[in-house]
Design a binder for this molecule. Sequence first.
Ligand SMILES: Nc1ncnc2c1ncn2[C@@H]1O[C@H](COP(=O)(O)OP(=O)(O)OP(=O)(O)O)[C@@H](O)[C@H]1O
Ligand SMILES: [Mg+2]
Length: 471
Amino acid sequence: MTALGKLFRTTTFKLTLVYLVVFALFAAFLLGYFALNTRRLINEQITDTINAEVTGLSEQYRQGGIRHLVVVVDARARRPGSSLYLVTTFAGEALAGNVGTLAPGVLDAPGWAETGYRRLDDAEGPEHHALVRVFQLPGGFRMLVGRDLDERERLFRIVLDTGRWSVVIVIVLGLLGGFFVTRRVLRRVDAMTGTTRTIMAGDLSGRLPVAGSGDEIDRLAENLNQMLERIEALMAGMREVSDNIAHDLKTPLTRLRNRAEEALRTAKGEGEYRAAIEHTIEESDGLIRTFNALLMIARAESGHARDDMSEFDAAEIARDVGELYEPLAEQKGITLKIEAATPAPVKGNRELVSQALANLVDNAIKYAGPGQPPVNGVPPEIVVRAFQDGERILLTVADGGPGIPAADRPRVVERFVRLEQSRSQPGSGLGLSLAAAVARLHGGELRFEDNKPGLKTIIALPRGGPVHSGG
Ligand SMILES: Nc1ncnc2c1ncn2[C@@H]1O[C@H](COP(=O)(O)OP(=O)(O)OP(=O)(O)O)[C@@H](O)[C@H]1O
Ligand SMILES: [Mg+2]
C-alpha cells in the first residue's frame, strides 16, 4: 500500500472528509441563502422607492397637470443615477424622461415589469436591465418609473463569487488540515506498530513512544506500556522460577538416580536393597514436598486464591499451629509458647495463612533449636502470638536463635535461598517464599525484626482482606 493510500484509509482522514463535506454543504447553503436574501432585500428597496416616486409624481400631476409633471420629470431625469423616468402621451409619444428605447409592449401593460432598455443619452450602447412600474395617469398619459438593475446583479454576483471561493478555500484548507493531522496520527500509530513488532519478535523491553501531549493516544500508549512492564516483570519472574526449579530439582533427582543405580550395582542381600529403597522413598518425599511448596507459592502468587477468602480467627490458627508443632518442639527440648487468647478476626485464605505461620514456626524450631545453650538455665523458647494492631492483624513468631543478618533479609524470601549457616538442616528454601507470597496475596507483608537475641518474623495482614486497587 502506498503511503498516501494508507493515509486515505485512516479513520482520521475519513472523519475529516465527512466533516468537510457536511461543513461545505452547510457553508454553501448559508451563502446561497444570504445571496438570495440580499437580492430580495434590494428588490424590496427598489419597489418601495419606485412606489414612493410614483405616488409623488401622480400628486404633482394632480396638482399641476401634464405641464408641471413634464418639468418635474425632466429635472429628475437629468440627475445622475440609476433612476429611469418616462412620460408619454396615450399614443406612446415621449414627453419627458431619460429612457430611449424599451422592450416592445412594456408601456401598454400598467404594473411591474423587468425589461431591457437603452438610455436616451446612450442610445447606441448595450442594452441594460431595469425594474419598472408603468402607471396610467388620468387623461390618457402614461408614466414609467424604474431603476436600473445592473447594480443589483453586480452585488448578487459578488456575493455568489465570494461564496464560491469561500467554499473552495474551506475545502482546500480542510483537506490540507486533514492531511497533516492524519499524517501526524499515522506517524505515531506507525511508531507504535513498529514497537509492537519488536515486542512480538520477543524483545519485551520495547516501550511505545509517548509524545507527552497527554492526548488519547498518549494515554493508550502509557497504559500499554504499564501493561508491558507488568508482563515483562511476570515473564522475568517466571523465567527465574523455572530456572530455579530446573536447577534446584535437578540435584536431588540426580542424587536419587545415582543412589538407586549404585544400590543396584553394589548392594548385597535383601537388607541393603531395603535400605536403598527406603532411602529412595525418603528422597522422593522430599521432592514431593518441594513440588507442593512450589505449587502453593504459585497459587498464592497467581491471585486466584483471592476468590477463596473468608472471615476466620487468626488466634485460632496460632493455637492450631502451636498444637501441631508442640510434639516436635518438645522432642527438641524447646518451649513453644502460644499467646493468642483474644480472637483476632481477619478476612483471608485460612489454609494459606495457616501454612505460612506453620513455615515460620518450623523455621524457628529448626534454626533456633538444639545447640543453643539455655539462657540462664532456661531452655530455648519460641513465642507465637496473634493479635490485632489497629487495622491489621499480626502473627508473630519469635525465637532466640542466631537470627538472620539484616543484609540477608531481603534475600531469604526468594525461592530456594538458604543461608550458608543452615545447610546442616533439611529444607529447600521455600518456606519464607510462601509466607511472603501469602502476605502479599492478602495485601499485607512479611517483616523480620531483631529479637535480641534471635529472630522475630511477622506476618501483617489487613483485617478486611486485600484492598482491590482497580486491577
Ligand atoms: N528463625 C530463623 N533463624 C535463623 N535463620 C532462619 C530462620 N528462618 C529462616 N532462616 C534462614 O532463612 C532461610 C530460608 O528459610 P526458608 O524457610 O525459606 O527455607 P528453609 O527453611 O531452608 O527450607 P523449607 O522451609 O523450604 O523447608 C533458611 O535456610 C535459613 O537460613
Ligand atoms: Mg523453612
